[in-house]
Ligand binder design. Structure first.
Ligand code: DQA
Length: 167
């Protein structure tokens, strides 16, 4: 079974009451419950952590790279500011999919640049909470493709080793 970590950055703990017109009405626990259920249906196990501090996020990316097959991350505002988060993604050894609830390109100019996205395998944005589910599917698809298109354990098809880290 593939193991993913979902990492959420600063202020995402405020979802539900934080600018609902931009980010929606669902709280982070609600969104993570839905993402976990979605992942389980796809045969993927998911853990979740949220950090407001840049250093905590950097540390988490580092350890997660050794423990998980991949990371789904919403770096929040660090997307636009943090070379340290980008370097952690680059160096962690696991593929990372960046996700944003909002379409950052349709917002203020300072949100148009993602410092972190170039270190990721891809980016999903603008689909609200459903973006986490899309990111899980994209990351699983990426890992399957890296394995030559073969399927994962728990699904029909040849069993492959998914523990090895791939980018
Ligand atoms: C965000 C977009 C960022 O610009 C912002 O700082 C956030 C949330 C999003 O999910 O849309 O905190 O990452």
């Amino acid at each position: 079974m593939l193991k993913f970590l979902i990492l959420n950055g600063p202020n995402l703990n405020l979802l539900g009451r934080r600018e609902p017109a931009v980010y929606g009405a669902a709280t982070l626990p609600m969104i993570m419950r839905a993402a976990r259920a979605h992942a389980a249906r796809a045969g993927v196990s998911v853990d979740h952590r949220q950090y407001n501090d840049e250093g905590d996020l950097v540390t988490a990316i580092g350890w997660a790279g050794k423990r998980y097959d991949g990371i789904v991350m919403n770096p929040g505002a660090f997307t636009h500011t943090s070379v340290a988060v980008r370097d952690a993604i680059q160096g962690c050894g696991a593929p990372v999919v960046e996700i944003h609830l909002s379409n950052i390109h349709a917002r203020e100019a300072f949100r148009h640049v993602s410092i972190t996205a170039p270190a990721c395998v891809g980016q999903i944005m603008g689909f609200g909470a459903a973006g986490y589910n899309l990111a899980i599917d994209a990351l699983a698809g990426h890992l399957i493709a890296k394995n030559g298109g073969r399927d994962m354990p728990g699904r029909p098809g040849p069993v492959i080793k998914v523990g090895a880290k791939r980018r």
